[in-house]
Each structure stands twice: as structure tokens, then as C-alpha cells.
Design a protein around this ligand. Structure first.
Ligand code: NAD
Length: 523
């Protein structure tokens, strides 16, 4: 057991202070000078390997700018990575858990020192503004700190309670699984990427990390920190590549023991199915952990503090342009306060600034051309399904820069069965639904196949208690925004088609990456 202070989440940087804004801008200048144009190779068994083909990172807010690149792994690289990781596992699994945890603590300390650099890199690579980037790096540090401490509770024989039985010694051991693959999304390229590999690694597994195509540089930045903190060669294999190629190969391989995936519902369902098929030579059932999309609703009833509710809606809807699985994409308002809530929501959304992440705009460009086209298509679908209250255009330009800019868009009086009320758009396009009363609002909120986050703004105790039991989501918030889960404070994971509810950043998360063995000895 390492003697460390209890886990405490990182505080966020206050960007209302000019000194912090200045520090952020200095970090942007440093990252521009030192990392712009940088190329990151694959890492297999500690060896940096380049490939003929590259994956480019493009600044979403200025698509004429290539931020840098990573190598692009092939299936041969995936085979080598699997070979090396299984070899490394033979030693890594036997490491003392405290020693494994110290590597995470070391990495957290380095990331704290390089916090603004990591932020600035994400501003350029995925278009995050200052606060969005900062809360994400804070979350990345939190995952490392939290999982390091969590790991220690699994050490040794008898880590879990078993019942005493006469004449025998009985106990439970927690053992690692082996080699798994971690496949992550671009929208939290530091925090989710770090958390999804740190947890299985500290539990004694070796991991092949396949980051998203758009955010390989931030992922490589995190990997370098873990290596600097002392992670032995082969324990973490870094394989940036195309999902349908190298990701698919790793999912299918008979030698993959577990898959931890965060991303879209469609890819997640495909992985779930592909992983269920047993291949020649495979001697286990693959363990699959999936965290997928959302169509998250905030309910506002007639007892709510209306201004507070509008603030919650605004923050949940437009933080990082709605590109969060937890984003509030549906605002459900009971009829008697519908007009006052929706008018205020539209008025405040209209005042949001649009621009680059570097200029710290409220709403920046969306990540890539595919997302831009998808959001633009939903803006058109919405025009046929609801009343356009704000935005509705995707200009693709802002302030003289060409980028994936879409206007913050709000549709009112949308039917609960409409496509824009049911399908994840993953952008700043909000669907407002009118409910007859509280019960109708709750029914609307529960009417999609997703179940990730949700919220209620109400002063009615009975309704809050009803929602506590009946609102079908993994993360429920009352009288606040529905985004921004903090590691250890709000363990995160979705119901229904939003995932396997693994509760990242929670006390049981590491159990996903371990198997228990009950051992009995009679004396
Ligand atoms: P995505 O599903 O397109 O891609 C995710 C990852 O899967 C990428 O690394 C991609 O390369 C890989 N991939 C694609 N096809 C694959 C295949 N056939 N086999 C193996 N890997 C494959 O998702 P995205 O656009 O990167 O991220 C956005 C989505 O992620 C949204 O739906 C969002 O809601 C979801 N998300 C969920 C959570 C959560 O915790 N529930 C968190 C963040 C994002």
C-alpha cells in the first residue's frame, strides 16, 4: 500500500483571471513552436516505428493548417503488437501492484506539469476552447490518480471478503486478464484515452491502444508521458490507425482477451457482435466493455428556477459544440413554462460567440468534414420536423478562416418520435420538446433507446424522487448541467444503447479488467 494523500479531483483553472488567459496563450505559442508539424510514429515493444502512410491531424477551426501527424498501423503491426504485449504480460502481471500504481502517479505528476501544453495541443487538434480543454486534462490527471489508488485495494490473497469455513483457508484473488485493446474516440483524446488504458494497465494487463484518427497527436502526447513515468516496453503498444483496418483486426483476433471501446453506437454494436464470434485457437470469451452515444434530455418543470435551468441547458447543450456523449441534445419543457424557458434559452444561445478554440470562442468548429456533413444534414431534417428558432446554417467559414463551422441551432416544438428527437447528432443542434405536464416530460425523456445522462430542473421533491428511480440513465443530475462528470465523484457510464454501464472513474471500474480466483486450502 503506497502512502499517498486521499484522492481529490483536480481544481479547474479560472479563466476569468487574465493571468490564466495569458498563461494559456503562452502555452499555445509554445505548442505552435514545438509541436506543430510534429510526426509521431507507432510504438511497439518500446521501438518507434514509422510507416509509409500517415494520418494527418487537421485544425478543425482552420482546415488549411495541418497540426501534425501519426504513423498509420497495418494489420502486420497489430500482430507484432499482440506478440510483444503477450510477452510483456508474463512479467508485468507479476509486478507488485504498488509499483504499477506508482507509474500512474508519476504520469499524473508529469501531466500536471504539462497541463497547459496538453490543453493547447487539443485546442489546435480538435478545436477545444480553454475551459473545455482544461477540464479534460484535469479529468485525465484524475483518472491516473484515482485508478492508482483503486488498484491497491485488489492486492494480495483475500482482497475480497469470503465467509470463514471450518478447517479451511478460503479467499479470493484478483488476477489480470492478459492483453486487450483499447479503442477510443476523438472527443476526449486526453482523458478518455488515458483512462481507458491506465485502468487495465494498473490492473496488470497489457494494452494495445488504438486512438481515433482525428486526435492521434494528443494520444501520442499521453503515451510519451506514461513511458517517461517508467512504463516498461510492451505493456502499452501505441497503434494509431484506421478503425476499420487495424481496429477491426484487433477486435477479431483470437489473441485479444478483452476490448474496451468508447465511441458511437453503430461501431460499438458491430464490435459487440464481432467479438462474440470465436476464432480458431481462441480459448476464452472476449470481455467487451462498451461506452456509446447518447440523446440526453434535460427536463424543466413549472416549479424550476427558470434562469438556473436555462443556464444548465445552455452549458449542457453547447459546451464543446455539443460534441460530448453527455451533451444535452433534448430540452423537454412542460407546457406552462415552455415559452419563457425557450425564449430565454434561444436568447442566450444567440449571444454565444462562434470562432476558433485559440480565440477561446464559446462555440468552435466541429471536428471534421464527416461530422460537418452529418450535422448539416440534420439541420435540414430538422427544418422539416420542427420550428427553427435559431441558426440552421453551416457556413463552413468564420472570421476569414475556412473550418467546419456550423451555427448553434435550436428547433422547437419537435415531436418526440422525430429523427432529431431520437438520433444522436453530436453537434450544436438542439431539439426542444413540449410536454403536457411533468409525467409526460419524464415519458418523453425515456422515449429514446439511449440512456446516458439526463437531468431535471425542479423544486418538487416528489418528482425528483420519482426521477431518481424512473429516469432511465446512467448519470442523472438535478438542478444543474448534465455534462462534466468528475472522476470518483460521478462514476460515468450509460444504460440501454448507451453502453454496458461500466462506470469509468468509479469504485468498480478496475474489476472490468480482472478475473477472480477463489482458492481453498484444507490443512
Ligand atoms: P466512432 O465510433 O466513429 O470511433 C471510435 C473509435 O472506433 C475510433 O478510434 C475509430 O477508429 C474506431 N473504429 C471505427 N470502426 C471500427 C471498427 N470496425 N473496429 C474497431 N474500431 C473501429 O466514434 P467517434 O466519432 O470517435 O466518437 C464519437 C462517439 O463516441 C459519439 O457517439 C459519442 O457519443 C461517443 N462517446 C461516448 C462516450 C461515453 O462515455 N459513453 C464518451 C465519448 C464519446
Amino acid at each position: 500500500m503506497i502512502k499517498v494523500e486521499p484522492y481529490r479531483p483536480q481544481p479547474f483553472i479560472d479563466f476569468s483571471l487574465q493571468a490564466n488567459v495569458d498563461a494559456y496563450q503562452a502555452a499555445l505559442a509554445r505548442v505552435r513552436a514545438e509541436l506543430l508539424g510534429k510526426h509521431y510514429p507507432l510504438i511497439i515493444d518500446g521501438e518507434r516505428i514509422d510507416t509509409a502512410e500517415k494520418l494527418l491531424s487537421t485544425n478543425p477551426c482552420d482546415t488549411s493548417e495541418i497540426v501534425g501527424s501519426t504513423a498509420r498501423a497495418t494489420t502486420e503491426h497489430a500482430q507484432r503488437a499482440l506478440d510483444g504485449a503477450w510477452t510483456a504480460w508474463a512479467t508485468w502481471k507479476a509486478w507488485d501492484v504498488d509499483a504499477r500504481a506508482r507509474i500512474l502517479l508519476g504520469a499524473a505528476a508529469i501531466l500536471k506539469r504539462r497541463r497547459l501544453e496538453a490543453c493547447a495541443l487539443m485546442t489546435l487538434e480538435v478545436g477545444k476552447n480553454y475551459a473545455e480543454a482544461d477540464v479534460e486534462v484535469a479529468e485525465g490527471i484524475d483518472f491516473l490518480e484515482y485508478y492508482a489508488r483503486e488498484a491497491m485495494k485488489y492486492g494480495g490473497f483475500g482482497a475480497a471478503d469470503t465467509t470463514w469455513y471450518e478447517g479451511e483457508e478460503n479467499g479470493l484473488m484478483y488476477l489480470s486478464l492478459g492483453v486487450g485493446v483499447s479503442i477510443s474516440p476523438w472527443n476526449f483524446p486526453c482523458a478518455i484515452f488515458a483512462g481507458m488504458l491506465a485502468a487495465p494497465i494498473v490492473a496488470g494487463n497489457c494494452v494495445i491502444a488504438k486512438p481515433a484518427e482525428d486526435s492521434g497527436m494528443t494520444a501520442a502526447f499521453v503515451v510519451d508521458i506514461l513511458i517517461e513515468a517508467g512504463l516498461p516496453a510492451g505493456v502499452l503498444q501505441f497503434l494509431p490507425g484506421v478503425g476499420e483496418e487495424v481496429g477491426e483486426y484487433l477486435v477479431q483476433s483470437a489473441r485479444t482477451r478483452f476490448i474496451t471501446f468508447t465511441g458511437s453506437r453503430s461501431v460499438g454494436l458491430h464490435i459487440n457482435e464481432a467479438a462474440a464470434k470465436v476464432h480458431k485457437g481462441q480459448k476464452w470469451l472476449k470481455r467487451v466493455i462498451l461506452e456509446l452515444g447518447g440523446k440526453d434530455a434535460l427536463i424543466v418543470d413549472e416549479t424550476a428556477d427558470i434562469q438556473g435551468a436555462v443556464t444548465a441547458a445552455l452549458q449542457g447543450a453547447f459546451g464543446f459544440n455539443g460534441q460530448k456523449c453527455s451533451a444535452m441534445s433534448r430540452l423537454v419543457v412542460v407546457n406552462s413554462v415552455y415559452d419563457s424557458v425557450v425564449d430565454a434559452f434561444v436568447e442566450r444561445a444567440a449571444a454565444l460567440t462562434v470562432g476558433t478554440g485559440e480565440a477561446n470562442a464559446n462555440v468552435t468548429a466541429v471536428v471534421n468534414a464527416e461530422s460537418f456533413d452529418k450535422i448539416r444534414a440534420y439541420q435540414e431534417i430538422g427544418k422539416g420536423e420542427g420550428k427553427l428558432l435559431l441558426g440552421g446554417q453551416a457556413p463552413g467559414k468564420h472570421g476569414g478562416k475556412t473550418g467546419h463551422y456550423v451555427q448553434p441551432t435550436i428547433f422547437g416544438d419537435v415531436d418526440r418520435h422525430a429523427r432529431i428527437a431520437q438520433e444522436e447528432i453530436f453537434g450544436p443542434v438542439i431539439t426542444v420538446l413540449r410536454a403536457r405536464d411533468w409525467q409526460d416530460a419524464l415519458d418523453i425523456a425515456n422515449s429514446t433507446e439511449y440512456g446516458l445522462t439526463g437531468g431535471v430542473c425542479s423544486r418538487d421533491r416528489a418528482r425528483l424522487e420519482q426521477a431518481r428511480n424512473e429516469f432511465e440513465v446512467g448519470n442523472l443530475y438535478f438542478n444543474r448541467k448534465i455534462t462534466g462528470a468528475i472522476v470518483g465523484v460521478q462514476p460515468f457510464g450509460g444504460y440501454n444503447m448507451s453502453g454496458t454501464d461500466s462506470k469509468a472513474g468509479g469504485p468498480e471500474y478496475l474489476g472490468n479488467f480482472m478475473q477472480m480466483k477463489a482458492v481453498t486450502e484444507r490443512f
